[in-house]
Design a binder for this molecule. Structure first.
Ligand code: RFL
Ligand code: PHB
Length: 389
């Protein structure tokens, strides 16, 4: 088999890149380890920056997002019963869009399938060869048969546990990591959202987040110790704890009901450098992870896709490799800013088990400053809505 760009990973990064390239007449094959149903079963991100919204438009997959997504002009932070509303539209001129990653991925799969895009599911043993030459290839096994794809470029869009990052030798690659001493227990419940905007709740009992998917589907999270398992949190225990962490008025009107998904995700900050090795490019979670507090994971994946797409278009359509050569530096410059924001917001809102009384006073002072200072609110809003590409 031969293609121009071999894309490893059929998550949002890989599919978005494939669809954007297709619209410019650039050919790709996507290799996905799991089934489509499995990928669509993962409940993840919910908040889209304007940059990703624009990329969805460029990719020709924005129709459902535009009719079903919620445009949010603000977001809220609570501390005990006090609420701070960050008017992101007034402070930045832009809103965010609440539309689930599952739906983004579903729309991208539909578009690839409608235009005859080649996606190979259930692939095993994916191996990247000769990435530092002008003729890389990728081998894999499916249903016991060995396959080989010759290509011009390899896009490693295979998430944190994929093979692409590990293909870059240890003496070339440098990893930066911070692991947080807690995780998020997330539930999806068939109930109306408790508020029409998100609430990021800093409480003495730990962090909580009230988010949503649609008018009868809520996405709620609470901070839990890393040792906990979803089974430690029967539905009633979850609702009881969640109510204690959000403002009393919201707790009183919270509608509880059937929980249809429950999982725990550990929190981590991680960046690998460089994001390019010869003709192999890392995109999205394959290269970096943020704690979900700033809603930046999917959005940073999208900015990588944007830079790589621009670089590949320059290569194929204008005969210039400038964009490809600059890819890693450009992507990383934006990534580190998103890493900083996600780390800062995690520190602002969570309870760290090892913190002293002094640390807690600092956290309180930071929240008080945010409440009373428009410049602080603008800094949060500009990062939340997404820094420019
Ligand atoms: P993905 O989504 O992990 O997709 C990678 C795909 O590659 C496949 N794969 C392989 N395929 C072939 N061969 C191999 N060897 C392979 N190894 C892996 C995998 O099966 C998979 O299908 O990475 P991608 O595309 O870079 O997308 C990144 C996003 O999924 C991620 O950053 C976000 O979900 C993070 N995130 C959030 N991001 C936001 O922007 N806003 C949010 O509100 C937000 N909330 C969240 C989140 C992530 C969460 N979890 C569970 C980690 C909330 C949560 C709870
Ligand atoms: C979500 O809706 O899943 C969500 C929203 C905001 C975040 C993280 C997750 O910061």
């Amino acid at each position: 088999m031969r293609t121009q760009v071999c894309i490893i990973g059929g998550g949002p990064s890989g599919l978005l890149l494939s669809q954007l390239l297709h619209r410019k007449g650039i050919d790709s094959v996507v290799l996905e380890r799991k089934t489509k149903e499995y990928v669509l079963g993962r409940i993840r991100a919910g908040v889209l920056e304007q940059g990703l919204v624009d990329l969805m438009r460029q990719a020709g997959v924005a129709a459902r997002m535009e009719s079903e997504g919620y445009v949010h002009d603000g977001t809220q932070i609570s501390c005990g019963d006090a609420l701070i509303r960050i008017d992101i539209k007034a402070l930045t001129g832009k809103p965010v869009v609440v539309y689930g990653q599952t739906e983004v991925t579903r729309d991208l799969y539909a578009a690839r399938e409608n235009s005859g895009g080649q996606i190979e599911f259930n692939v095993e043993g994916v191996t990247i060869h000769d990435a530092r030459t002008d003729a890389p290839s990728v081998t894999f096994v499916r249903d016991g048969t060995h396959h080989r794809i010759d290509c011009d470029f390899v896009a490693g869009c295979d998430g944190f546990h994929g093979v692409s990052r590990k293909t870059i030798p240890d003496d070339v690659r440098r990893d930066y990591e911070k692991v947080y001493p807690f995780g998020w227990l997330g539930v999806l419940s068939q109930t109306p959202p408790v508020d029409h905007e998100l609430i990021y709740a800093a409480s003495e009992r730990g962090f909580a987040l009230a988010s949503m998917r649609n008018s009868n589907l809520s996405r709620y999270y609470i901070q839990v110790p890393l040792s906990h398992r979803p089974d430690d949190w029967p539905d009633q225990t979850f609702w009881g704890e969640f109510k204690k962490r959000i403002p009393q008025g919201h707790a009183a009107r919270l509608i509880t009901g059937p929980i249809i998904e429950k999982s725990i995700a550990p929190l981590r900050s991680f960046v690998t450098e460089p994001m390019r090795w010869g003709r192999l490019f890392l995109c999205g979670d394959a290269a970096h992870i943020v704690p979900p507090t700033g809603a930046k994971g999917l959005n940073t994946a999208a900015s990588d896709v944007h830079y790589l797409y621009q670089g590949l278009c320059q290569h194929y359509l204008e005969g210039s490799d400038d964009g490809i050569v600059a890819y890693s530096d450009k992507a990383l410059a934006r990534i580190w800013k998103a890493e900083r924001f996600s780390w800062w917001m995690t520190n602002l809102l969570h309870r760290f088990p090892e913190w002293s009384d002094f640390d807690l006073k600092m956290q309180q002072a930071e929240i008080d400053f945010l409440r009373s200072n428009e410049a602080a609110q603008r800094a949060l809003a500009e990062n939340y809505v997404g820094l420019p590409y």
